[in-house]
Write a protein of this length. Structure first.
Lengths: 375, 266
Protein backbone atom coordinates (compact mmCIF):
# COMPACT_ATOMS: atom_id res chain seq x y z
CA UNK A 1 0.00 0.00 0.00
CA UNK A 2 1.56 3.23 -1.16
CA UNK A 3 -0.12 6.43 -0.02
CA UNK A 4 2.19 8.77 -1.88
CA UNK A 5 0.42 10.55 -4.69
CA UNK A 6 1.21 9.69 -8.29
CA UNK A 7 2.45 12.40 -10.61
CA UNK A 8 -1.01 12.65 -12.18
CA UNK A 9 -2.64 12.94 -8.75
CA UNK A 10 -0.17 15.67 -7.78
CA UNK A 11 -1.02 17.56 -10.97
CA UNK A 12 -4.70 17.14 -10.16
CA UNK A 13 -4.23 18.30 -6.58
CA UNK A 14 -2.30 21.42 -7.57
CA UNK A 15 -4.71 22.24 -10.34
CA UNK A 16 -7.75 21.71 -8.09
CA UNK A 17 -6.24 23.80 -5.30
CA UNK A 18 -5.49 26.67 -7.66
CA UNK A 19 -8.92 26.56 -9.31
CA UNK A 20 -10.81 26.38 -6.03
CA UNK A 21 -8.70 29.11 -4.41
CA UNK A 22 -9.67 31.36 -7.28
CA UNK A 23 -13.29 30.33 -7.76
CA UNK A 24 -14.56 28.94 -4.46
CA UNK A 25 -13.50 31.88 -2.34
CA UNK A 26 -15.01 32.39 1.12
CA UNK A 27 -17.28 35.10 -0.29
CA UNK A 28 -18.44 32.68 -3.00
CA UNK A 29 -19.13 30.06 -0.30
CA UNK A 30 -21.07 32.58 1.80
CA UNK A 31 -23.12 33.70 -1.17
CA UNK A 32 -23.91 30.14 -2.19
CA UNK A 33 -24.99 29.26 1.35
CA UNK A 34 -27.64 31.96 1.32
CA UNK A 35 -28.79 31.35 -2.26
CA UNK A 36 -31.85 29.31 -3.19
CA UNK A 37 -29.98 26.56 -5.04
CA UNK A 38 -27.01 26.46 -2.68
CA UNK A 39 -24.48 26.70 -5.50
CA UNK A 40 -23.65 28.81 -8.49
CA UNK A 41 -24.53 27.47 -11.95
CA UNK A 42 -21.55 29.05 -13.64
CA UNK A 43 -19.20 27.57 -11.07
CA UNK A 44 -20.76 24.14 -11.54
CA UNK A 45 -20.49 24.45 -15.33
CA UNK A 46 -16.80 25.29 -15.02
CA UNK A 47 -16.23 22.36 -12.66
CA UNK A 48 -17.89 20.09 -15.21
CA UNK A 49 -15.84 21.70 -17.99
CA UNK A 50 -12.68 20.62 -16.21
CA UNK A 51 -14.01 17.06 -16.27
CA UNK A 52 -14.32 16.70 -12.50
CA UNK A 53 -17.97 15.62 -12.54
CA UNK A 54 -17.01 12.70 -14.79
CA UNK A 55 -13.84 11.71 -12.96
CA UNK A 56 -14.91 8.17 -12.02
CA UNK A 57 -17.39 7.71 -14.88
CA UNK A 58 -16.00 5.32 -17.51
CA UNK A 59 -14.65 6.92 -20.68
CA UNK A 60 -17.23 5.21 -22.89
CA UNK A 61 -19.92 7.20 -21.06
CA UNK A 62 -18.13 10.51 -21.38
CA UNK A 63 -16.10 10.41 -18.18
CA UNK A 64 -12.40 10.25 -17.47
CA UNK A 65 -12.41 6.69 -16.14
CA UNK A 66 -10.19 7.50 -13.18
CA UNK A 67 -10.33 5.78 -9.81
CA UNK A 68 -11.78 6.54 -6.40
CA UNK A 69 -8.20 7.07 -5.19
CA UNK A 70 -7.84 9.84 -7.79
CA UNK A 71 -11.19 11.24 -6.67
CA UNK A 72 -9.86 11.29 -3.08
CA UNK A 73 -7.35 13.98 -4.02
CA UNK A 74 -10.08 16.14 -5.51
CA UNK A 75 -12.43 15.61 -2.57
CA UNK A 76 -9.81 16.76 -0.09
CA UNK A 77 -9.34 20.00 -2.02
CA UNK A 78 -13.10 20.39 -2.49
CA UNK A 79 -13.50 20.12 1.27
CA UNK A 80 -10.66 22.52 2.04
CA UNK A 81 -12.42 25.18 -0.03
CA UNK A 82 -15.87 24.24 1.32
CA UNK A 83 -16.84 24.37 -2.34
CA UNK A 84 -20.60 24.43 -2.75
CA UNK A 85 -22.42 22.08 -5.09
CA UNK A 86 -23.79 18.54 -5.36
CA UNK A 87 -20.39 17.05 -6.11
CA UNK A 88 -20.38 14.10 -3.72
CA UNK A 89 -24.02 13.38 -4.48
CA UNK A 90 -23.59 13.40 -8.27
CA UNK A 91 -19.96 12.74 -9.13
CA UNK A 92 -19.21 10.23 -6.38
CA UNK A 93 -22.24 8.35 -5.04
CA UNK A 94 -24.49 8.78 -8.07
CA UNK A 95 -21.74 8.06 -10.58
CA UNK A 96 -20.54 4.96 -8.72
CA UNK A 97 -24.00 3.53 -8.12
CA UNK A 98 -25.21 4.00 -11.69
CA UNK A 99 -21.94 2.77 -13.20
CA UNK A 100 -22.01 -0.37 -11.08
CA UNK A 101 -25.69 -1.15 -10.63
CA UNK A 102 -27.78 0.38 -13.43
CA UNK A 103 -28.60 -1.36 -16.72
CA UNK A 104 -26.88 -0.40 -19.97
CA UNK A 105 -29.75 1.77 -21.18
CA UNK A 106 -29.80 3.72 -17.92
CA UNK A 107 -26.04 4.17 -18.02
CA UNK A 108 -26.22 5.56 -21.55
CA UNK A 109 -29.05 7.84 -20.57
CA UNK A 110 -27.67 9.27 -17.33
CA UNK A 111 -23.89 9.00 -17.14
CA UNK A 112 -22.95 11.28 -20.07
CA UNK A 113 -25.23 14.01 -18.72
CA UNK A 114 -23.77 13.61 -15.25
CA UNK A 115 -20.25 13.83 -16.68
CA UNK A 116 -21.06 17.03 -18.57
CA UNK A 117 -22.68 18.51 -15.45
CA UNK A 118 -26.19 18.85 -16.81
CA UNK A 119 -27.76 16.16 -14.60
CA UNK A 120 -27.67 16.46 -10.82
CA UNK A 121 -28.23 13.33 -8.76
CA UNK A 122 -29.67 13.36 -5.24
CA UNK A 123 -29.31 10.21 -3.17
CA UNK A 124 -32.34 10.03 -0.84
CA UNK A 125 -31.39 7.38 1.64
CA UNK A 126 -32.25 8.61 5.08
CA UNK A 127 -35.27 7.94 7.23
CA UNK A 128 -36.80 10.20 9.81
CA UNK A 129 -34.69 11.71 12.59
CA UNK A 130 -31.42 10.99 10.84
CA UNK A 131 -31.59 7.25 11.27
CA UNK A 132 -28.98 5.75 8.96
CA UNK A 133 -30.13 2.23 9.64
CA UNK A 134 -31.11 0.83 6.30
CA UNK A 135 -33.86 -1.36 7.66
CA UNK A 136 -35.63 1.64 9.08
CA UNK A 137 -39.11 2.20 7.78
CA UNK A 138 -40.01 5.43 6.13
CA UNK A 139 -40.17 4.57 2.46
CA UNK A 140 -41.89 1.42 1.30
CA UNK A 141 -41.59 -0.02 -2.17
CA UNK A 142 -44.48 -2.10 -3.41
CA UNK A 143 -44.82 -4.16 -6.56
CA UNK A 144 -47.32 -2.88 -9.09
CA UNK A 145 -48.42 -4.18 -12.44
CA UNK A 146 -46.01 -1.89 -14.26
CA UNK A 147 -43.14 -1.99 -11.83
CA UNK A 148 -42.82 -0.33 -8.44
CA UNK A 149 -44.58 2.23 -6.29
CA UNK A 150 -42.81 4.23 -3.59
CA UNK A 151 -44.70 5.55 -0.61
CA UNK A 152 -43.22 7.36 2.35
CA UNK A 153 -40.64 10.00 3.15
CA UNK A 154 -36.92 10.55 2.86
CA UNK A 155 -35.18 13.16 4.96
CA UNK A 156 -32.07 15.31 4.68
CA UNK A 157 -31.84 15.06 0.89
CA UNK A 158 -29.21 17.53 -0.27
CA UNK A 159 -29.79 19.60 -3.43
CA UNK A 160 -33.14 17.87 -4.06
CA UNK A 161 -34.56 20.97 -5.76
CA UNK A 162 -31.78 20.94 -8.39
CA UNK A 163 -31.74 17.19 -8.95
CA UNK A 164 -32.90 15.61 -12.17
CA UNK A 165 -32.46 12.12 -10.85
CA UNK A 166 -33.02 10.64 -7.40
CA UNK A 167 -31.70 7.42 -5.95
CA UNK A 168 -34.32 6.44 -3.39
CA UNK A 169 -33.97 3.74 -0.79
CA UNK A 170 -37.09 1.81 0.09
CA UNK A 171 -37.95 -1.30 2.06
CA UNK A 172 -39.11 -4.21 -0.05
CA UNK A 173 -42.38 -6.06 0.40
CA UNK A 174 -42.07 -9.30 2.29
CA UNK A 175 -38.29 -9.10 2.44
CA UNK A 176 -36.58 -9.03 5.79
CA UNK A 177 -33.26 -7.96 4.37
CA UNK A 178 -31.53 -5.01 2.81
CA UNK A 179 -33.72 -2.31 1.32
CA UNK A 180 -33.69 -1.62 -2.39
CA UNK A 181 -32.31 1.35 -4.31
CA UNK A 182 -34.49 2.88 -7.01
CA UNK A 183 -33.74 5.35 -9.78
CA UNK A 184 -36.44 8.00 -9.84
CA UNK A 185 -36.09 10.64 -12.58
CA UNK A 186 -37.51 14.09 -11.97
CA UNK A 187 -40.80 13.61 -13.84
CA UNK A 188 -41.67 10.77 -11.47
CA UNK A 189 -41.21 13.17 -8.57
CA UNK A 190 -43.69 15.73 -9.85
CA UNK A 191 -46.29 14.59 -7.38
CA UNK A 192 -43.86 14.35 -4.49
CA UNK A 193 -43.75 17.15 -1.95
CA UNK A 194 -40.47 18.85 -1.13
CA UNK A 195 -40.04 20.66 2.17
CA UNK A 196 -36.86 22.57 2.85
CA UNK A 197 -35.25 21.63 6.16
CA UNK A 198 -33.22 23.90 8.40
CA UNK A 199 -29.67 22.56 8.70
CA UNK A 200 -26.36 23.91 9.90
CA UNK A 201 -24.15 23.40 6.88
CA UNK A 202 -25.51 25.96 4.42
CA UNK A 203 -26.58 23.29 1.93
CA UNK A 204 -30.22 23.20 0.69
CA UNK A 205 -31.64 20.09 2.30
CA UNK A 206 -35.12 18.68 1.82
CA UNK A 207 -37.67 16.27 3.15
CA UNK A 208 -39.33 14.41 0.28
CA UNK A 209 -42.73 12.80 0.72
CA UNK A 210 -44.05 10.43 -1.91
CA UNK A 211 -47.57 9.10 -2.06
CA UNK A 212 -47.17 6.14 -4.34
CA UNK A 213 -44.93 7.40 -7.15
CA UNK A 214 -44.84 4.87 -10.00
CA UNK A 215 -41.52 3.59 -11.27
CA UNK A 216 -40.83 1.14 -14.08
CA UNK A 217 -39.73 -2.39 -13.29
CA UNK A 218 -36.08 -1.67 -14.16
CA UNK A 219 -35.95 1.31 -11.77
CA UNK A 220 -34.51 -0.90 -9.06
CA UNK A 221 -30.71 -1.00 -9.12
CA UNK A 222 -28.73 -4.23 -8.84
CA UNK A 223 -28.70 -5.47 -5.29
CA UNK A 224 -24.93 -5.79 -4.91
CA UNK A 225 -22.10 -3.31 -5.44
CA UNK A 226 -18.52 -4.48 -4.92
CA UNK A 227 -19.80 -7.41 -2.87
CA UNK A 228 -21.93 -5.30 -0.54
CA UNK A 229 -25.63 -4.44 -0.57
CA UNK A 230 -25.86 -1.45 -2.90
CA UNK A 231 -27.22 0.95 -0.28
CA UNK A 232 -24.51 -0.03 2.21
CA UNK A 233 -21.88 0.69 -0.43
CA UNK A 234 -23.46 4.03 -1.33
CA UNK A 235 -23.49 5.15 2.29
CA UNK A 236 -19.96 3.90 2.71
CA UNK A 237 -18.77 5.86 -0.32
CA UNK A 238 -20.56 8.91 1.01
CA UNK A 239 -18.88 8.43 4.38
CA UNK A 240 -15.42 8.17 2.84
CA UNK A 241 -16.07 11.10 0.52
CA UNK A 242 -17.19 13.22 3.47
CA UNK A 243 -14.14 12.04 5.46
CA UNK A 244 -11.86 13.25 2.69
CA UNK A 245 -13.68 16.58 2.51
CA UNK A 246 -13.38 16.85 6.28
CA UNK A 247 -9.64 16.16 6.03
CA UNK A 248 -9.35 19.06 3.60
CA UNK A 249 -11.42 21.34 5.79
CA UNK A 250 -9.36 20.37 8.85
CA UNK A 251 -6.15 21.13 6.98
CA UNK A 252 -7.47 24.54 5.99
CA UNK A 253 -8.56 25.33 9.56
CA UNK A 254 -5.09 24.40 10.79
CA UNK A 255 -3.47 26.58 8.10
CA UNK A 256 -5.68 29.52 9.00
CA UNK A 257 -4.91 29.05 12.67
CA UNK A 258 -1.14 28.85 12.23
CA UNK A 259 -1.25 31.90 9.97
CA UNK A 260 -3.27 33.82 12.55
CA UNK A 261 -1.20 32.95 15.63
CA UNK A 262 1.99 33.71 13.67
CA UNK A 263 0.83 37.24 12.99
CA UNK A 264 -1.36 38.16 15.96
CA UNK A 265 0.77 39.85 18.61
CA UNK A 266 0.07 40.04 22.30
CA UNK A 267 2.48 41.13 25.04
CA UNK A 268 4.80 42.30 22.25
CA UNK A 269 5.19 38.95 20.49
CA UNK A 270 3.19 36.65 18.22
CA UNK A 271 0.75 34.56 20.25
CA UNK A 272 2.08 31.54 18.37
CA UNK A 273 5.38 31.94 20.19
CA UNK A 274 3.69 30.92 23.46
CA UNK A 275 4.10 27.24 24.21
CA UNK A 276 0.48 26.78 25.20
CA UNK A 277 -0.67 27.95 21.76
CA UNK A 278 2.01 25.89 20.04
CA UNK A 279 0.77 22.79 21.85
CA UNK A 280 -2.75 23.43 20.63
CA UNK A 281 -1.56 23.75 17.03
CA UNK A 282 0.57 20.63 17.40
CA UNK A 283 -2.44 18.72 18.75
CA UNK A 284 -4.48 19.86 15.76
CA UNK A 285 -1.76 18.70 13.37
CA UNK A 286 -1.49 15.29 15.06
CA UNK A 287 -5.26 14.80 14.96
CA UNK A 288 -5.38 15.80 11.31
CA UNK A 289 -2.55 13.56 10.16
CA UNK A 290 -3.91 10.48 11.88
CA UNK A 291 -7.47 10.93 10.68
CA UNK A 292 -6.44 11.95 7.16
CA UNK A 293 -4.53 8.70 6.74
CA UNK A 294 -7.61 6.68 7.69
CA UNK A 295 -9.61 8.53 5.04
CA UNK A 296 -7.01 7.82 2.34
CA UNK A 297 -6.76 4.21 3.51
CA UNK A 298 -10.51 3.81 3.04
CA UNK A 299 -10.40 5.53 -0.35
CA UNK A 300 -7.66 3.18 -1.47
CA UNK A 301 -9.68 0.15 -0.30
CA UNK A 302 -12.76 1.31 -2.23
CA UNK A 303 -10.61 2.05 -5.25
CA UNK A 304 -9.38 -1.54 -5.12
CA UNK A 305 -12.97 -2.79 -5.07
CA UNK A 306 -12.64 -4.15 -1.54
CA UNK A 307 -15.62 -4.21 0.86
CA UNK A 308 -13.81 -1.60 3.04
CA UNK A 309 -16.41 -1.87 5.82
CA UNK A 310 -13.89 -1.39 8.64
CA UNK A 311 -11.86 1.20 6.75
CA UNK A 312 -14.87 3.39 5.96
CA UNK A 313 -16.17 3.23 9.53
CA UNK A 314 -12.76 4.05 11.00
CA UNK A 315 -12.30 6.93 8.56
CA UNK A 316 -15.64 8.57 9.32
CA UNK A 317 -15.28 8.00 13.07
CA UNK A 318 -11.78 9.47 13.06
CA UNK A 319 -12.68 12.49 10.96
CA UNK A 320 -15.89 13.18 12.90
CA UNK A 321 -13.79 13.39 16.06
CA UNK A 322 -10.80 15.16 14.53
CA UNK A 323 -12.62 17.93 12.67
CA UNK A 324 -14.81 18.74 15.66
CA UNK A 325 -11.80 19.05 17.93
CA UNK A 326 -9.76 20.96 15.36
CA UNK A 327 -12.53 23.51 14.85
CA UNK A 328 -13.04 23.82 18.59
CA UNK A 329 -9.32 24.36 19.23
CA UNK A 330 -9.13 26.83 16.34
CA UNK A 331 -11.86 28.91 17.97
CA UNK A 332 -9.80 29.00 21.17
CA UNK A 333 -6.69 30.10 19.28
CA UNK A 334 -8.52 32.80 17.34
CA UNK A 335 -10.24 34.15 20.42
CA UNK A 336 -13.03 36.64 19.93
CA UNK A 337 -12.45 37.28 16.22
CA UNK A 338 -13.11 33.62 15.46
CA UNK A 339 -16.62 33.90 16.86
CA UNK A 340 -17.66 36.76 14.61
CA UNK A 341 -19.89 36.33 11.57
CA UNK A 342 -17.42 38.26 9.41
CA UNK A 343 -14.62 35.77 10.08
CA UNK A 344 -14.56 32.62 7.95
CA UNK A 345 -13.99 30.14 10.77
CA UNK A 346 -17.68 29.57 11.43
CA UNK A 347 -18.10 28.39 7.83
CA UNK A 348 -15.91 25.42 8.69
CA UNK A 349 -17.40 24.84 12.13
CA UNK A 350 -20.97 24.79 10.86
CA UNK A 351 -20.08 22.59 7.90
CA UNK A 352 -18.32 20.23 10.30
CA UNK A 353 -21.53 19.85 12.29
CA UNK A 354 -23.46 18.91 9.15
CA UNK A 355 -20.79 16.59 7.76
CA UNK A 356 -20.48 14.78 11.09
CA UNK A 357 -24.06 13.60 10.71
CA UNK A 358 -24.06 12.87 6.99
CA UNK A 359 -23.51 9.35 5.61
CA UNK A 360 -23.39 7.88 9.05
CA UNK A 361 -22.96 9.71 12.31
CA UNK A 362 -20.63 8.46 15.04
CA UNK A 363 -23.05 5.95 16.65
CA UNK A 364 -23.88 4.48 13.23
CA UNK A 365 -20.23 3.93 12.31
CA UNK A 366 -19.39 2.62 15.79
CA UNK A 367 -22.09 0.03 15.22
CA UNK A 368 -20.80 -0.74 11.73
CA UNK A 369 -17.27 -1.17 13.04
CA UNK A 370 -18.40 -3.36 15.93
CA UNK A 371 -20.35 -5.55 13.50
CA UNK A 372 -17.34 -5.78 11.19
CA UNK A 373 -15.20 -6.87 14.14
CA UNK A 374 -17.79 -9.52 15.06
CA UNK A 375 -18.69 -7.90 18.37
CA UNK B 1 3.76 26.43 -37.22
CA UNK B 2 6.00 25.65 -34.28
CA UNK B 3 5.83 27.63 -31.05
CA UNK B 4 8.45 27.39 -28.31
CA UNK B 5 7.59 28.57 -24.81
CA UNK B 6 10.32 29.32 -22.29
CA UNK B 7 9.21 28.50 -18.74
CA UNK B 8 10.98 28.68 -15.40
CA UNK B 9 10.49 26.86 -12.11
CA UNK B 10 10.43 29.41 -9.29
CA UNK B 11 9.65 29.61 -5.60
CA UNK B 12 5.93 30.18 -5.14
CA UNK B 13 5.53 33.97 -4.94
CA UNK B 14 2.33 33.42 -2.93
CA UNK B 15 4.37 32.32 0.09
CA UNK B 16 3.06 34.30 3.09
CA UNK B 17 5.36 37.25 3.86
CA UNK B 18 5.82 35.92 7.42
CA UNK B 19 7.50 32.82 5.96
CA UNK B 20 9.74 34.66 3.49
CA UNK B 21 13.30 34.64 4.78
CA UNK B 22 16.68 35.65 3.43
CA UNK B 23 20.01 34.25 4.57
CA UNK B 24 22.07 37.41 4.27
CA UNK B 25 25.37 35.64 5.03
CA UNK B 26 24.83 33.08 2.28
CA UNK B 27 23.17 35.72 0.06
CA UNK B 28 20.23 33.50 -0.77
CA UNK B 29 16.50 33.19 -0.24
CA UNK B 30 15.63 30.43 2.23
CA UNK B 31 12.69 28.47 0.86
CA UNK B 32 10.02 28.02 3.55
CA UNK B 33 9.80 24.40 4.73
CA UNK B 34 7.34 22.47 2.63
CA UNK B 35 6.91 25.25 0.10
CA UNK B 36 6.52 23.76 -3.36
CA UNK B 37 7.88 25.53 -6.42
CA UNK B 38 5.60 26.66 -9.22
CA UNK B 39 5.95 27.53 -12.88
CA UNK B 40 6.54 31.26 -13.15
CA UNK B 41 3.14 32.91 -13.54
CA UNK B 42 4.05 35.08 -16.56
CA UNK B 43 5.40 31.97 -18.29
CA UNK B 44 1.97 30.37 -17.87
CA UNK B 45 0.57 33.46 -19.63
CA UNK B 46 3.01 32.67 -22.44
CA UNK B 47 1.77 29.07 -22.53
CA UNK B 48 -1.78 30.38 -22.71
CA UNK B 49 -0.80 32.68 -25.59
CA UNK B 50 0.67 29.75 -27.50
CA UNK B 51 -2.39 27.59 -26.90
CA UNK B 52 -4.72 30.39 -28.04
CA UNK B 53 -2.80 30.66 -31.30
CA UNK B 54 -3.21 26.92 -31.73
CA UNK B 55 -6.93 27.15 -30.87
CA UNK B 56 -7.35 29.95 -33.40
CA UNK B 57 -5.85 27.67 -36.03
CA UNK B 58 -8.45 25.06 -35.19
CA UNK B 59 -5.97 23.01 -33.19
CA UNK B 60 -4.32 21.77 -36.37
CA UNK B 61 -0.82 22.33 -37.70
CA UNK B 62 0.47 24.19 -34.65
CA UNK B 63 2.96 22.55 -32.30
CA UNK B 64 3.46 24.07 -28.84
CA UNK B 65 6.59 22.94 -27.00
CA UNK B 66 7.87 24.12 -23.65
CA UNK B 67 11.54 24.60 -22.78
CA UNK B 68 13.09 25.09 -19.38
CA UNK B 69 16.65 25.33 -18.12
CA UNK B 70 17.44 24.76 -14.47
CA UNK B 71 18.22 22.25 -11.80
CA UNK B 72 16.14 20.07 -9.48
CA UNK B 73 12.96 20.13 -11.53
CA UNK B 74 9.80 18.97 -9.76
CA UNK B 75 8.06 17.02 -12.47
CA UNK B 76 4.47 17.52 -11.33
CA UNK B 77 5.19 21.25 -11.33
CA UNK B 78 6.93 21.42 -14.69
CA UNK B 79 4.28 19.28 -16.33
CA UNK B 80 1.63 21.92 -15.72
CA UNK B 81 2.05 23.41 -19.25
CA UNK B 82 1.58 19.89 -20.63
CA UNK B 83 -1.61 19.49 -18.62
CA UNK B 84 -2.81 22.81 -20.07
CA UNK B 85 -2.33 21.36 -23.54
CA UNK B 86 1.29 21.84 -24.62
CA UNK B 87 2.68 19.07 -26.80
CA UNK B 88 6.18 18.47 -25.45
CA UNK B 89 8.37 19.48 -22.53
CA UNK B 90 12.11 19.87 -23.06
CA UNK B 91 14.20 20.19 -19.91
CA UNK B 92 17.86 21.14 -19.71
CA UNK B 93 18.72 19.92 -16.24
CA UNK B 94 22.20 20.54 -14.90
CA UNK B 95 23.48 21.52 -11.42
CA UNK B 96 25.47 24.30 -13.05
CA UNK B 97 22.21 25.98 -13.99
CA UNK B 98 21.14 26.37 -10.35
CA UNK B 99 23.26 29.50 -10.04
CA UNK B 100 23.15 30.57 -13.68
CA UNK B 101 22.56 34.22 -14.39
CA UNK B 102 20.25 35.59 -17.08
CA UNK B 103 22.92 35.48 -19.80
CA UNK B 104 23.75 31.84 -19.15
CA UNK B 105 20.08 30.85 -18.91
CA UNK B 106 19.32 32.64 -22.18
CA UNK B 107 22.24 30.96 -23.88
CA UNK B 108 21.13 27.49 -22.75
CA UNK B 109 17.48 28.08 -23.70
CA UNK B 110 18.43 29.43 -27.10
CA UNK B 111 20.66 26.39 -27.61
CA UNK B 112 17.86 23.99 -26.65
CA UNK B 113 15.36 25.70 -28.95
CA UNK B 114 17.86 25.65 -31.83
CA UNK B 115 18.66 21.98 -31.21
CA UNK B 116 14.95 21.11 -31.43
CA UNK B 117 14.55 22.53 -34.93
CA UNK B 118 13.06 25.61 -36.51
CA UNK B 119 10.52 27.65 -34.57
CA UNK B 120 8.27 30.45 -35.79
CA UNK B 121 7.47 31.95 -32.41
CA UNK B 122 9.37 31.90 -29.15
CA UNK B 123 7.14 33.07 -26.31
CA UNK B 124 8.40 33.95 -22.83
CA UNK B 125 6.84 35.43 -19.72
CA UNK B 126 7.54 39.13 -19.35
CA UNK B 127 9.73 38.42 -16.32
CA UNK B 128 10.30 35.73 -13.70
CA UNK B 129 8.95 36.19 -10.20
CA UNK B 130 12.22 35.19 -8.54
CA UNK B 131 14.53 38.03 -9.64
CA UNK B 132 12.24 40.06 -11.91
CA UNK B 133 15.03 41.06 -14.28
CA UNK B 134 13.16 40.44 -17.55
CA UNK B 135 16.50 39.78 -19.24
CA UNK B 136 16.27 36.17 -20.37
CA UNK B 137 13.83 36.69 -23.28
CA UNK B 138 15.96 39.49 -24.68
CA UNK B 139 19.01 37.26 -24.31
CA UNK B 140 17.29 34.38 -26.09
CA UNK B 141 16.43 36.72 -28.96
CA UNK B 142 20.04 37.89 -29.10
CA UNK B 143 21.48 34.37 -29.10
CA UNK B 144 19.02 33.29 -31.81
CA UNK B 145 19.52 36.47 -33.82
CA UNK B 146 15.80 37.29 -33.76
CA UNK B 147 13.79 40.43 -33.09
CA UNK B 148 12.15 40.71 -29.67
CA UNK B 149 8.81 42.31 -28.87
CA UNK B 150 7.99 42.77 -25.21
CA UNK B 151 4.85 43.05 -23.07
CA UNK B 152 2.33 41.44 -25.41
CA UNK B 153 -1.31 41.36 -24.35
CA UNK B 154 -2.61 39.97 -27.64
CA UNK B 155 -0.85 38.04 -30.39
CA UNK B 156 -2.33 37.14 -33.76
CA UNK B 157 -0.40 35.36 -36.48
CA UNK B 158 -1.21 35.70 -40.16
CA UNK B 159 0.67 35.42 -43.44
CA UNK B 160 4.05 34.90 -41.85
CA UNK B 161 3.70 37.90 -39.57
CA UNK B 162 2.81 38.38 -35.92
CA UNK B 163 0.59 41.28 -34.94
CA UNK B 164 1.18 42.16 -31.32
CA UNK B 165 -0.69 44.46 -29.00
CA UNK B 166 1.75 45.75 -26.40
CA UNK B 167 0.56 46.93 -23.03
CA UNK B 168 2.14 50.12 -21.74
CA UNK B 169 1.16 52.41 -18.88
CA UNK B 170 -1.96 54.17 -20.14
CA UNK B 171 -1.28 53.10 -23.71
CA UNK B 172 -1.70 50.19 -26.09
CA UNK B 173 0.75 49.89 -28.94
CA UNK B 174 0.20 47.56 -31.90
CA UNK B 175 3.21 46.36 -33.83
CA UNK B 176 3.74 43.92 -36.66
CA UNK B 177 6.82 41.79 -37.08
CA UNK B 178 7.82 39.01 -39.48
CA UNK B 179 8.28 35.52 -38.09
CA UNK B 180 10.35 34.14 -36.45
CA UNK B 181 10.30 36.40 -33.43
CA UNK B 182 10.71 36.29 -29.66
CA UNK B 183 7.75 37.79 -27.76
CA UNK B 184 7.37 38.36 -24.05
CA UNK B 185 3.83 37.96 -22.76
CA UNK B 186 2.24 39.99 -20.01
CA UNK B 187 -0.53 39.03 -17.62
CA UNK B 188 -2.89 41.38 -19.47
CA UNK B 189 -3.21 38.60 -22.04
CA UNK B 190 -5.60 36.89 -19.64
CA UNK B 191 -5.69 34.08 -17.11
CA UNK B 192 -3.97 30.85 -18.07
CA UNK B 193 -6.51 28.09 -18.57
CA UNK B 194 -7.01 25.48 -15.86
CA UNK B 195 -5.97 21.99 -16.86
CA UNK B 196 -8.85 19.65 -17.60
CA UNK B 197 -8.82 16.07 -16.34
CA UNK B 198 -8.05 14.86 -19.84
CA UNK B 199 -5.14 17.28 -20.01
CA UNK B 200 -3.86 16.11 -16.65
CA UNK B 201 -4.10 12.46 -17.67
CA UNK B 202 -2.32 13.20 -20.96
CA UNK B 203 0.43 15.07 -19.12
CA UNK B 204 0.85 12.15 -16.74
CA UNK B 205 1.56 9.87 -19.69
CA UNK B 206 4.07 12.21 -21.39
CA UNK B 207 7.73 12.08 -20.48
CA UNK B 208 9.88 15.20 -20.82
CA UNK B 209 12.76 15.29 -23.28
CA UNK B 210 15.89 15.59 -21.15
CA UNK B 211 18.79 17.52 -22.66
CA UNK B 212 22.32 17.81 -21.29
CA UNK B 213 24.55 20.82 -21.59
CA UNK B 214 26.91 18.66 -23.62
CA UNK B 215 24.12 18.10 -26.16
CA UNK B 216 24.08 21.87 -26.66
CA UNK B 217 27.85 22.06 -26.94
CA UNK B 218 28.02 24.15 -23.78
CA UNK B 219 30.60 23.62 -21.06
CA UNK B 220 29.35 24.15 -17.50
CA UNK B 221 32.47 26.21 -16.82
CA UNK B 222 31.24 28.74 -19.40
CA UNK B 223 28.08 29.35 -17.36
CA UNK B 224 29.79 30.93 -14.37
CA UNK B 225 27.81 34.12 -13.71
CA UNK B 226 29.40 37.32 -14.94
CA UNK B 227 27.39 39.23 -12.36
CA UNK B 228 28.37 38.84 -8.70
CA UNK B 229 25.73 39.04 -6.02
CA UNK B 230 27.27 41.19 -3.32
CA UNK B 231 24.37 41.63 -0.92
CA UNK B 232 20.84 40.29 -0.47
CA UNK B 233 18.56 41.73 2.18
CA UNK B 234 14.94 42.40 2.94
CA UNK B 235 14.32 46.15 2.89
CA UNK B 236 13.50 47.64 6.24
CA UNK B 237 9.91 48.73 6.52
CA UNK B 238 9.60 52.22 7.91
CA UNK B 239 6.21 53.33 9.04
CA UNK B 240 5.62 56.88 10.08
CA UNK B 241 2.36 58.18 11.39
CA UNK B 242 1.35 61.74 10.86
CA UNK B 243 -1.69 63.11 12.65
CA UNK B 244 -3.49 65.72 10.60
CA UNK B 245 -5.19 68.04 13.03
CA UNK B 246 -7.47 70.78 11.74
CA UNK B 247 -9.70 73.25 13.51
CA UNK B 248 -12.70 71.00 12.96
CA UNK B 249 -13.54 67.82 11.03
CA UNK B 250 -14.02 69.64 7.72
CA UNK B 251 -10.72 71.45 8.13
CA UNK B 252 -8.97 68.19 9.02
CA UNK B 253 -10.38 66.63 5.86
CA UNK B 254 -9.13 69.53 3.74
CA UNK B 255 -5.67 69.32 5.28
CA UNK B 256 -5.58 65.55 4.84
CA UNK B 257 -6.54 65.87 1.16
CA UNK B 258 -3.86 68.50 0.63
CA UNK B 259 -1.25 66.30 2.33
CA UNK B 260 -2.21 63.27 0.25
CA UNK B 261 -1.98 65.38 -2.90
CA UNK B 262 1.47 66.55 -1.89
CA UNK B 263 2.52 62.92 -1.61
CA UNK B 264 0.90 62.28 -5.03
CA UNK B 265 -1.33 59.65 -3.45
CA UNK B 266 -4.49 61.20 -4.88
Amino acid sequence: MDFSLTETQELLRKSARAFLAERATPSHVRHAATSERGYNNEFWRDVAGLGWTGLIIPERYGGAGMTFADMAVLLEEWGAALAPGPFVETAVIGAAAITSCANEEQKREYLPRMAEGSLIVAPALLGEAGDWSLSSAGMAASVTQGGWALRGARHFVNYADSAGLFIMSGTLPGVNGPAGAFLAPRPVMELASFTRMATAGGVPTFKIEMAGASLPADARLETQMDGLPVLDRMIQMGAVARSLQMAGAARRVLELTVQYVSGRKQFGRPVGSFQAVQHKCADMAVLLQGARHTAYRAAWAISEGRPAVREAAIAKLSMNEALSQICSTAHQCFGAIGFTWEHDLHLFTRRAVAWRAEYGDTPYHRGALANALGL
Amino acid sequence: MRIAICARQVLDPEVPPSQFKVDEAARRVVPPPGAAPVVNGFDLNAVEAGLRIRDAAGGQGVEVNVFSAGSGFVMDVMKKPLSMGADRLVLVDDPALASADATATARVLAGAVKLDGTYDLILCGRQASDWDQALVPIGVAEFLGLPCVTLARLITVKDGKARIERTLPGLVQTVEVPLPVVITVSNELGEPRYPTLRGIMAAGRKQPVMVKLADLGIDAADLVPKMTLTRLSVPEKRRTVEIIQGQDDADSGRLLARRLREEKLI
